[in-house]
Structure formats: structure tokens, C-alpha cells
Design a protein around this ligand. Sequence first.
Ligand SMILES: [Zn+2]
Ligand SMILES: [Zn+2]
Length: 314
Amino acid sequence: MTTVVCSICKRREVFFFRPYSGEKICKGCFTKSIENKVRATIAKYHMLQYDDRMAIAISGGKDSASLLRVLTKIEQDYPRVSLTAVTVDEGIGKYRDEALKNAAESCVELGVKHHVVSFKKIYGCTLDEISAHLRKEGKGKLTPCAYCGVLRRKALNIAARDVEANKIATAHTLDDETQTILLNILHGNPLGIAREKPITDRLHPKIARRVKPFCEIPEQETALYGYVNKIGFQAEPCPYASEAMRNPIRVFLNRIEDKHTGTKFALFKSAARIRPAIENMQTKEETTECTKCGEPTSGHTCRACEMLQQLFDL
Ligand SMILES: [Zn+2]
Ligand SMILES: [Zn+2]
């Protein structure tokens, strides 16, 4: 029996077939290919300037654990760039405790500083408490995830400011991005497509720009990168069901991708092409500061203050 050899190094044994490129790749070449892809993405979208102070949002899950590893390698090409890992503790019982432990351990291993902020400290309540309150009061139609999304966004921004970072890197993959594009369309919110870019605009001095170095890498490959490089992470999913529509969309996209390789990339590119038109449709909103908490917002009060106010009748 002959072993199939890697189409890149022509030497080592193949362990992964990349459907959209036709490459058969060995473990070593696969790891390099992911790191090079991230380097290319960073260059393409100008995600990293020579003296950036980058906060990396890590959850303890697999994608962000891989991102932390890749970015610590790439950072070596940029002697003046500094990296700090930041984690938001939403307060989700045992689930978060284990994730936090994993996040802390990977930072120690890689010699990266780690800063944790919590919902409890910032908002005075945990996500578990919000969820319990929602159940008790039967309020509105919003799920805990809807709160979590808004509160996390603000908390991450605060965390980045705490560590004096001007950019925040998140581990959103091609899968996350394409799901969000479809979600925005199905929710009748095309403006959402304009907002979710590989790198956000400079909106306000108090908002760190967000970058997504994994945005052109399928989730299957970030997971495989973690596996090949023996990166520890929390495997258990969050106990709160995600946004109602995201799961069926994930299943749908994976099914189409299986039959029609390259569909996710095509959808990602379509969004990039229509984004400028959507941005032109939008009336430019000025970013000011929330009258309650002082965080940047386009309204009178920020969405986080608004949601908590409605929830607790403050
Ligand atoms: Zn190889
Ligand atoms: Zn506010």
C-alpha cells in the first residue's frame, strides 16, 4: 500500500484534504498554511500597524485558543506590537469557571498577559441572574443571548481600554461571518452587513477597532489547527441556546458547502461587494457618549443601558 504524500512538501503523509483548493496536506504544512493565511488576511485588511496594542478576546473555547496561538507567532514579526488577552466573564455558572481556567492556562503557557472583566462588576448582575429574572418576569421576547451579545460588546470595549489597547482581535471564523450575513438578511437588517466588517472603522476615541484575523478561515480548519497543535480548550457549549435562527443557518450552510464547495467563500465575497452600497444607504450617525454610563453610542443612552433599564425597571 502506498501512502499519499502532501501536495505541498511532497514528503510527509497526508492527513487533511482541503476541498476548496484540492490540496492534500500533511500536519506541518497545514499548520503553516493557517498561519500564512492569517498573515495574508492581516495584510489584506491592514489589521495590524507596527505599533499597535492589540487585545485578543479569548473565551476559553477552541477558536479563540487557536487565535491566541497564531497571533503570538505573528507578533514576532512586529517587534513594537504588544498583545494582551482579555476575557469577559458573563457569569454562567460552572461553564464559565472552566472556560476561564482554560483561558488563563493558555495565557500562562504562551507568556501573554491576561485581563478579565465581569458582567457582575460592570453591570451589577451576571448573565445567570439576567436569565433568572427573564424567566420569573416573563419579560419581552429577548433571549439571554440577545442580552449577552450587547453586554459582551460593551464589556470587551471596556476591557480593551483597561489594557490600553487600540485594537481588539476576535476569533470569528468564515462560518461565523457567513452565518451572521444570512442572519442579518433574514432578520430584515441589511445594515448589519455593513457593520460586521473584517476591520471596523475608527468610530470614536473610546472604541477600539475590531479585527477578525480568522474571517477567511473555515471553522473546521481553526478547530483542526487547535487539534494538531494540541491546544487545550473547553469543549462544552454554552448552556444558553444561541440566537434562535443561528443553528438552522449553520446546518443549512454546512449542507450546501458539502455539495457545492466554496459557497461560504462566495457568500463572504458577495457581502464584501455589496457592503459599500449598504454603507451609502445609511445616514451617518454621529457617535456620542451615553448619558448614563459614558460609553460611546449613537443614541442618547447606549443599548446596554437601555436593555438593563427595561429589564429591571430602573
Ligand atoms: Zn507537507
Ligand atoms: Zn450606557
